[in-house]
Structure formats: structure tokens, C-alpha cells
Design a protein around this ligand. Structure first.
Ligand SMILES: [Mg+2]
Length: 372
């Protein structure tokens, strides 16, 4: 099998309701997909979250495409190393690694289609009798405390064993929201995401408050560059620290594990280097006794790839279940993927990642037609 073309497709949609966290308000979501075509008629689909799709497109088509044309797409590790050498040598994080991630996911999708097997089987198969994993609901963006508590109760009633809220504006305002939810919802893990809203001193005060509410994890308390602060917070606070959605490659994740490891790594398979690198990050986490719960606020490609990864290591714990109404999640999945009444979800069983980009999706969600 030989790679005959590599190209990108940029899709997006306006949000039905804008969502807010500590850093921004989001009204439009946009995604870059990578298509790897072959001489046997198979096409692999991947996604690279840059976050700017135009930059991912430029990297894929001008830097990575020449490396890939004419190569055997089943040589995934070899091609990953070549992409890193040719593209990621000067740009060790950011859009270049996101673009490599997009190609890598497309190569895994191709390999699964070629072998007529779901990707999780190619990754070694599930480590448990059932490859299903627990899902936590991520929709509780900044809002009135009672409204957030209402939504948390809805998700708990639907069977989710965890919910995540987005805080990070002040200790007092955060506590009102945490208290409202923990007063209403019992028997459900509460994850709290500060979206890097604090400096280290503030993060300690907020962490002390969160510990008193038995929060399951405290995500991105400080900016992602501050590896020393993550280590210090992990050493000082009893509430578990989570981070990594803005980190890249195993070398970057190693900085979240030393000298004191954080408690939960959140690699994004469309950013961190694809499945090829994510499985190594998972292996690293295993050696430190740290959990892994992939960041999956993206599309059906990210969701499917994350689910294939999650079944393959005892270190993997939760899938982030994005319940915001973004059509590029469900509409890309070949078969239905959903959370059951106990809060578990199985990876797709279709060949490859289990995703597709039908013409109706390409026409309807072309990014150039999104208004703002
Ligand atoms: Mg987050």
C-alpha cells in the first residue's frame, strides 16, 4: 500500500449557546481533518487540533505531505519519527505537533481499515474483559450556581458517574458553584477545571477549598508552561491535580511527572502527537502510578481515538464526554457511540477509528460558510 495524497478539510459550526470558562467565551468551534489517501482506495481520517485549522492545514500540506507521499502508511512509527525530524525539530509544541497528530490518527485509521479491525485491537486489545470505560459529563460551564447544579443533577440522573465544572474566577465565586453542586449531587465524582485561571498562590487557596468538598480532581489550576508550579501544587495540596490538555509529546508530559507527579494526565490525542505518542504517554503514566483521562473536547474523531486508547491500559480511567451540542461529534461516527445507564461507553467496533466524513457533512459544515 502506498500513500498517494495527503490533504486537509476545515469544518466548523456556530454553538447553539456560547460557552464560557475562566479564559474565554466560545461561539464557534472549528476543526482540521487530515485525509491520507492510498493506491488501494482506502482513505484514513484524522484530526489535528491546533487550535487554528488554517495553520494545521499549512503544516500538513507544506511540511508533512512531502514526507509521506509514496510511503507505506502501515509504517506508522517510522513515519511518525520522520515527521518529527522534518517538522517537529524546530517546533517542539503547538500546531506542528497537532498536525503530526492529525496525520498519525489518519494512519491508525487506515491500518484498522486495512486489517479490518477496530484500532483498539491493533493497540494490543483491551486490558479488561470489557473495553468500555467510565465517562464524565463536561458541559458545566460558567453560569449561575443553581443552574449549574440543575445540569449536574441531570447528568447524574442519566447515569454519569462524574461531572466537570469550569471555574477559575475567584475563590469565593468558585466555592458558591462547588457548594451548590455538591449539595445537590451525591454519589457522583466532581471534576473542577480552572482553565489556568490562577497564579500559584491563588491556586493553593482554591485547592484547599476544593479539598474540603472532596473534589475528584483540580484541573489546570495554573498556566501550562509552569511545570514547576504543577509539581509544587501536587506536593502541597491533597486535592488531586490534573493537567496536560495543553502539553505535547512524552518529553513534555515527563515535565508533569517530576519531581512530584501530578495525579491525572489529560493528553489530547489530536494535539499530543496522535495515538502513537499517546500510548507512550500512557506507558509513562503507568510507571509513575498516575491516571490518564484523555482530553476530548473536540470532534467524533478525537472521541473515537480516545476511546480506542482508553481500553488499552490499566492506567486509563475516564473519557471526557462533551455534551455541548456540536454536530461534528455524532455526525462523524459510523455507528452510535453512547453512554449506558451505568455511565460506561464502549469504543467503536467498526474497522479503523470508526469515523467517516460523508459529503453531507463536508457540504454543511465547511468552515468558510461559518459566519463569525
Ligand atoms: Mg480542561
Amino acid at each position: 500500500m502506498e500513500i498517494t495524497d495527503v490533504r486537509t478539510v476545515k469544518l466548523g459550526a456556530e454553538m447553539e449557546r456560547p460557552i464560557q470558562n475562566a479564559r474565554a467565551t466560545m461561539e464557534v468551534r472549528a476543526s482540521a481533518f487530515v485525509l491520507v489517501e492510498t493506491d488501494v482506495g482506502l482513505t484514513g481520517i484524522g484530526e489535528g487540533y491546533g487550535p487554528n485549522p488554517a495553520v494545521v492545514e499549512t503544516v500538513v500540506e507544506e511540511i508533512l505531505r512531502p514526507v509521506l507521499l509514496g510511503e507505506d502508511p502501515l509504517d506508522i512509527e517510522h513515519l511518525w519519527q520522520r515527521m518529527l525530524t522534518d517538522g517537529g525539530y524546530f517546533d517542539q509544541k503547538g500546531h506542528v505537533i497537532a498536525a503530526i497528530s492529525g496525520v498519525d490518527l489518519a494512519l491508525w485509521d487506515l491500518a484498522g481499515k486495512y486489517h479490518d479491525a477496530p484500532v483498539y485491537e491493533l493497540l494490543g486489545g483491551a486490558t479488561r474483559d470489557d473495553p468500555s470505560v467510565r465517562a464524565y459529563a463536561n458541559d458545566l460551564y460558567w453560569d449561575d450556581p443553581e443552574k449549574m447544579a440543575d445540569r449536574a443533577a441531570e447528568y447524574a440522573d442519566r447515569g454519569f458517574q462524574g461531572v466537570k465544572i469550569h471555574i477559575g474566577r475567584s475563590r469565593e465565586a468558585d466555592e458558591r458553584r462547588v457548594r451548590a453542586i455538591t449539595d445537590r449531587v451525591e454519589e457522583c465524582a466532581l471534576m473542577v477545571d480552572a482553565n489556568c485561571g490562577y497564579d500559584e498562590a491563588e491556586a493553593v487557596q482554591v485547592g484547599d477549598m476544593l479539598e474540603s468538598y472532596d473534589v475528584h480532581w483540580y484541573e489546570e489550576p495554573v498556566r501550562p508552561h509552569a511545570h514547576d508550579a504543577y509539581s509544587a501544587l501536587a506536593a502541597e495540596l491533597r486535592v488531586p491535580i490534573a493537567g496536560g490538555e495543553n502539553e505535547y509529546t512524552k518529553w513534555g508530559f515527563r515535565q508533569l511527572l517530576q519531581p512530584t507527579p501530578v495525579d491525572q494526565l489529560l493528553p489530547n490525542v489530536t494535539r499530543c502527537g496522535g495515538l502513537t505518542e499517546a500510548r507512550k504517554i500512557v506507558a509513562l503514566a503507568e510507571t509513575f502510578g498516575v491516571g490518564v483521562s484523555p482530553h476530548s473536547f473536540s470532534t467524533g474523531v478525537n472521541l473515537a481515538a480516545s476511546l480506542h486508547l482508553l481500553g488499552c491500559s490499566p492506567a486509563c480511567e475516564w473519557i471526557e464526554w462533551d455534551v455541548t451540542p456540536y454536530p461534528l461529534i455524532d455526525e462523524l461516527l459510523v455507528s452510535d457511540v453512547d453512554v449506558d445507564a451505568d455511565g460506561y461507553v464502549a469504543p467503536p467496533s467498526d474497522p479503523g477509528l470508526g469515523v467517516e466524513l460523508p459529503d453531507r457533512v463536508l457540504d454543511r459544515y465547511d468552515l468558510s460558510s461559518v459566519s463569525s
